[in-house]
Structures are given as C-alpha cells and as structure tokens.
Design a binder for this molecule. Structure first.
Ligand SMILES: [Zn+2]
Length: 151
C-alpha cells in the first residue's frame, strides 16, 4: 500500500515529463519545418531542367537569364515554325551542333548553332555566341524541357 502511494506521484511526474518534452520538441519541430522550407526554396532555385524526351539534366533554374530584357521569347523561323524559348547562361547537358551562322539570327550580333540533348540528341534549341566579344548563351525551347519534380 505504501509502495503504491509513493509510486503513484512518481508515475504522474513521469507522465508530465514527456509532455513537457513534447511541447519543447513541438517548438523545435516548427523551427525545423521553417528551416526545411528555406532549404526547399533554395533547392527550387537550383532545380534542374531536363530534356522532356529522356530526362537528361540540361540546365538549371539558376542559369536562367534575360536577353533584351526578357527570359522568354517567342520567335518564328523562316519556315514559319513558332518557338517559345527561355534564355540560359549555361546548359551543360547540351551539345552544340553545326557551324555558327548569323543568318536569320533572332538576336542581332549573335551567331547560332543548334543545341541538342547530350543524351538523346533531341533538338532543344540554339546556342548563341556573339560575333564579337562577350558571353554566349542558350535559347532553349521550353516545350521540349521539363523542370525536375522535387519531393
Ligand atoms: Zn534527351
């Protein structure tokens, strides 16, 4: 009887202790969740952009740039095909194909070559290099790309 009476309060205090810990963990969980959200936001900036055909990594969101004030451009080639392209400073997943030419170039002062998927050779867009000095860039056909699904 004495043992039961003395163990009873101890039992209660043991029940209270975990609840107190849970409340502290709850606060920690919130902070962890906030930190994870920040990490997700950073990962979104580094999200890979893949070849739609074979899912080969082509470039990433962080390489998106603006040319003539816009990332996206809509152009028609001399054959009348319309392309919506996005501009990227780098696209390491591409292989450039053909001799650079300024003929019908959509960007004045830039020569273009075809940019193909380095894995399946799908036509993903064009590599533009300046006739003079300056950085080159890629104009990639957005319909031929997908953003990597995270999570
Ligand atoms: Zn591909």
């Amino acid at each position: 009887m004495n043992i039961l009476l003395s163990s009873h309060p101890l039992h209660i205090s043991q029940r209270h202790l975990p609840i107190g810990c849970l409340q502290k963990l709850g606060q920690g969980d919130i902070e962890t969740l906030l930190a994870e959200q920040d990490e997700e936001a950073e990962e979104a900036q580094k999200a890979f952009i893949l070849c739609r055909t074979c899912r080969h990594p082509i470039t990433s969101v962080e390489h998106a740039i603006e040319m003539l004030g816009h990332h996206r451009h809509v152009f028609a080639n001399p054959a009348g095909s319309v392309f919506e392209i996005g501009c990227f400073s780098l696209a390491n997943g591409c292989v450039n194909y053909g001799e650079p030419t300024a003929k019908h170039s959509w960007f004045a002062g830039y020569q273009w070559r075809y940019a193909l998927c380095g894995n399946c050779q799908a036509h993903l867009g064009w590599h533009f290099s300046p006739s003079g000095t300056g950085p080159s860039f890629y104009g990639l056909i957005l319909a031929n790309l997908i953003e990597e699904q995270t999570g």
